[in-house]
Design a protein around this ligand. Structure first.
Ligand code: TYM
Length: 376
């Protein structure tokens, strides 16, 4: 792969992503000043991930706000493919989704695609079910409002999802799936069908209420291709096209290529990591924007734009813009060393994980069944 080449699809991200090019290739729109102002007018403040461009693009979001302002409220939909332990990259989108739930007082449908991960990964059905339970407990601990949040599990809630999915499947051909995802005749037939399952939750509340309800999907931009395929079908079935908000990728610890991913242990900080794990991973792996020697660093300064520890602070762990700006300028000027920047990141991440792990310990199977799983 040449330096300027990259690849983004729901199952793989390779190379250094050029988001400008991605916006053009995917046909999505930048979240510009005008849209951000409109959000701020309604919510009273902008989430740091909006202010800092972590959520950077959208589809039909202005339409969604028009509907909202007319009194036509939307629901939120997002999801998780349970194939391993969850990492920081996953929960960035979900913490932002929680903010949207609070600000817009919206219901959330959260899909767990155990079918997808069984079909696409070299893992047994039992292994995937283990990760499903593990991932659901982490998601439930993030602070969504349980009265307004519904977990949908593809295999368990098949009687709700499958009748909807087949209607999408009937309008999506194998050649569209081949062209969109690069599938071949050798791929198993479950993979070919899967996009129809991911399309379905965006209309579940409309099906249940027997009237059209607008939907907003916050996601990492790798998931967009499913909806690009499905969006042509929604109106054909009589539904609104869902609006989408796209997040950039949390980088892999080792640097700018690809993304943080659970399939590469050394690329990710997991929600179950201990303080020692976090310290070791940040010290050993986190790509640094610092110079080779302390003398050079003091003289020439560091580069926070490529520094992974700084990116983590910017994406989630420092909410206060003034504090972030101070760290940025200290590092850029060379007054702050990489070891000092890493120490801040370790402290902030560990404080977050400590709280998260405490909340997660209270989420038992019984709590999931009682408070979180969708029940007809
Ligand atoms: P999954 O489990 O791979 O990822 C869940 C969500 O996390 C995002 N994500 C990331 N975002 C930023 N940086 C990263 N390094 C990173 N890694 C993962 C993903 O983009 C995704 O939003 N098929 C889906 C599950 C799904 C879904 C949905 C996702 C079902 N319905 C609707 C979004 C919206 C999957 O396997 O996601």
């Amino acid at each position: 792969m040449k330096m300027e080449e990259f690849e983004v699809n729901p199952w793989d991200v390779k190379g250094v992503v050029d988001y400008e090019k991605l916006v053009k290739d995917f046909g999505i729109s930048r979240l510009d000043e005008k849209v951000l102002k409109r959000i701020e007018k309604i919510t009273g403040e902008l989430h740091p991930m909006l202010r800092r461009g972590v959520f950077f693009a959208h589809r039909d979001f202005e339409w969604l706000l028009n509907e909202y302002e007319k009194g036509n409220k939307f629901f939120l939909y997002t999801g998780c493919g349970p194939s391993g332990p969850l990492h920081l990259g996953h929960i960035g989108t979900w913490l932002f989704t929680k903010w949207l739930q609070d600000k817009f007082d919206a219901a959330l449908y959260f899909q767990f695609t155990d079918d997808e991960k069984f079909l696409f990964k070299n893992k047994s059905y039992e292994e995937i079910q283990k990760y499903l339970e593990d991932n659901m407990a982490d998601v439930a601990a993030l602070g969504f409002d349980p009265r307004k949040t519904h977990f949908l599990i593809d295999t368990r809630h098949a009687s709700l999802l499958y009748p909807i999915a087949i209607k999408f499947a009937k309008k999506i051909t194998f050649s569209i799936v081949k062209a969109s995802f690069g599938m071949t005749n050798e791929d198993n037939i479950g993979k070919i069908f899967y996009t129809a399952m991911q399309a379905a939750p965006a209309v579940v509340p409309s099906v249940l209420a027997k009237k059209n309800i607008p939907c907003l999907i916050p996601l990492g931009v790798d998931q967009d291709p499913h909806f690009r395929v499905a969006r042509d079908v929604y109106p054909k079935l009589g539904y609104y096209k869902p609006a989408i908000l796209h997040s950039v990728f949390w980088p892999a610890l080792k640097g700018p290529e690809g993304k943080m991913s659970s399939s590469d242990e050394s690329s990710a900080i997991f929600l179950h990591d201990t303080p020692k794990d976090v310290e070791r991973k940040i010290k050993k792996y986190a790509f640094s924007g610092g110079r080779d020697t302390i003398d050079e660093h003091r003289k020439l300064g560091g580069n926070p734009d490529v520094d992974v520890s700084f990116q983590f602070l910017k994406f989630m762990f420092i909410e206060d813009d003034a504090e972030l700006a101070r760290i940025e300028s200290e590092y850029r000027s060379g007054r702050m060393l990489t070891s000092e920047l890493k120490a801040i990141a370790i402290k902030k991440i560990n404080a977050f994980l400590k709280k998260h792990q405490k909340k997660r310990a209270k989420i038992t199977q019984k709590v999931l069944e009682r408070n979180w799983l969708w029940a007809s």
